[in-house]
Design a protein around this ligand. Sequence first.
Ligand code: AMP
Ligand code: GLY
Length: 420
Amino acid sequence: MKVLVVGGGGREHAIVWKLSQSPKIKKLYCAPGNPGIAELAECVSIEVTEIEKLADFAKRENIDLTFVGPEEPLSKGIVNYFKEQGLTVYGPSREAAQIEASKEFAKELMVKYQIPTAKYAAFTNYGEALAYVRSEGAPIVIKADGLAAGKGVVVALSLEEAEAALKSMMQDVTFGTAGVRVVIEEFLEGEEMTLLSFVNGSTVKPMVTSQDHKPVYDGDKGLNTGGMGTYAPLPHIDPSVTERIIKTIVQPTAEAMVAEGVPYEGILYTGLMLTKEGPKVIEYNARFGDPETQVVVPLLETDLLEILTASLTGKLENVEVKWKDKSAICVIMSSAGYPGPYEKGKVIYGLDQVVNSTIIFHAGTDMRDGEIITNGGRVLGVTAIAETLKEARELAYQSVEKVSFMGAHYRTDIGSKAFH
Ligand code: AMP
Ligand code: GLY
């Protein structure tokens, strides 16, 4: 088979890495890919939002299956367009991808189908939103509806912060069109975790649990990023909690999408808060998480292609999705300044020095005169796999020490919540 992966970050590197092990794949392409991906697949310089160009490429090269990594092309309808063109593509339709693209769609779905989540109200009128925030008080969470590149969420600990966030989202138009409508949520207290699942209609195949580390500095300090590291599975979370999440959240979500006439096919990311009253949904994403994928996919024993093909032929139910009885951890190395402004073009040293059982997934890298250089905020994900999380963590940090570039930053406490 010929397979095309759309995307060019650490997530897509992990997907390509896994697919490259599938005996049925003769040729693997990635658009646009990155220098790490280029070692495993032929990179094609088409951007993820150039949907028509991607479809033309898939037709010209007789691609048998396209896998879409990022949210933007999904919410723009890449799956609808590919299907209209008679192409085989894995991922949710534009309508189903609203579960991520529109926070209000997701919230209304959860309320209608009694899926546990934070209490919320949505506003387009600034005065009304302000009055609501004042009546609820802080802490309170303010979210811009629509995709806002991860910057549309403010967890306001004081009323002042909440009011400033509302003003910037609804009056200063900092967030562009995403800020026109805001969702204001009850603040949920607890530990955060992620459960990814393969979903096709009402069939759900959950993956292993994982946990992201969003703030840029140790101890969850500083601004939120796309994610500074992850580990999987969560050794301190009882399997009964995961079962409860599947039974009260993921399965009902899949069934709700069917009932709404927007059946979901693809990877469903459920971001959760484990509150005193039980697990509640923080957000859904219509795709694999980044960097969650860099730890979850290496633990997948089953051939990923087999799962995707089964799903596309309506047979996901029959696949036994097996997991390695190991632990994985991923430490992100980022550019100085990220998630604020940062410089690019720093030479990366030591990529060939990493210790065994570690894999470097490239995120924001590029090639210049035969050298690999930094080209993004999150530059690399150093993933280690071992029998225990403790061993994996030691291996990952040993490898992180070997890799260097000017201004490299990483968190030193990835996985520490598991040891509390
Ligand atoms: P989101 O983009 O919705 O995932 O929000 C980004 C981050 O904000 C989450 O990972 C949480 O850490 C935090 N967050 C979002 N919603 C809530 C909430 N209702 N209560 C507490 N923290 C939240
Ligand atoms: N790591 C969080 C996300 O992929 O949205």
